[in-house]
Design a protein around this ligand. Structure first.
Ligand code: 5GP
Ligand code: ZN
Length: 110
C-alpha cells in the first residue's frame, strides 16, 4: 500500500486537520511555510494523470473544501500546488494538493 493510503487508513500517524468520507487533509511532515497542508482523496489515484470522469469528483470535492480548510488554518491567501510526475517533483505517487500559506510567498514560476 502506498504511503498516503497508509496515512489515510491510520496505519501511519499524521496530524489531521480535516477529514470526511472522501478526502483527508493533514500537515506536511516537512513544511515549507507556516501553513503547509496536504489534501488527498481517500481513493488511491496515482497522480493528476490518472484523473478521469469516474474519479474527478474527489478533485472537485478537494477544491470545494479548500476555502474551509484554509480558513480553519487562519489564512485566506494561499497557493495550491500539485506536482505531477517525477520531473515536476512528485515523490509520493498518490494524488495530493499542497495548500501553502501563512507567509508572504516568494518567487512564482507562473
Ligand atoms: P510531492 O513531492 O509528492 O508533491 O509531495 C509529497 C509531500 O509529502 C512532501 O512535501 C513531503 O514532505 C510529504 N511527506 C512525505 N512523507 C510524509 C509523511 O510520512 N507524513 C507527512 N505528513 N508528510 C509526508
Ligand atoms: Zn495511495
Amino acid at each position: 500500500m502506498c504511503l498516503f493510503c497508509e496515512i489515510i487508513k491510520g496505519n501511519i500517524p499524521s496530524t489531521k486537520v480535516y477529514e470526511d468520507d472522501r478526502i483527508l487533509a493533514f500537515k506536511d511532515i516537512n513544511p515549507v511555510a507556516p501553513v503547509h497542508i496536504l489534501i488527498a482523496p481517500k481513493e488511491h489515484i496515482a497522480s493528476a494523470n490518472e484523473i478521469n470522469t469516474d474519479n474527478s469528483k474527489y478533485v472537485a470535492h478537494i477544491f470545494e473544501k479548500i476555502p474551509e480548510i484554509a480558513k480553519a488554518q487562519g489564512i485566506e491567501s494561499y497557493r495550491v500546488i500539485n506536482n505531477c510526475g517525477s520531473d515536476a517533483g512528485q515523490t509520493v505517487m498518490h494524488l495530493h494538493f499542497h495548500l501553502i500559506g501563512g507567509v508572504e510567498l516568494g518567487e512564482k514560476i507562473i
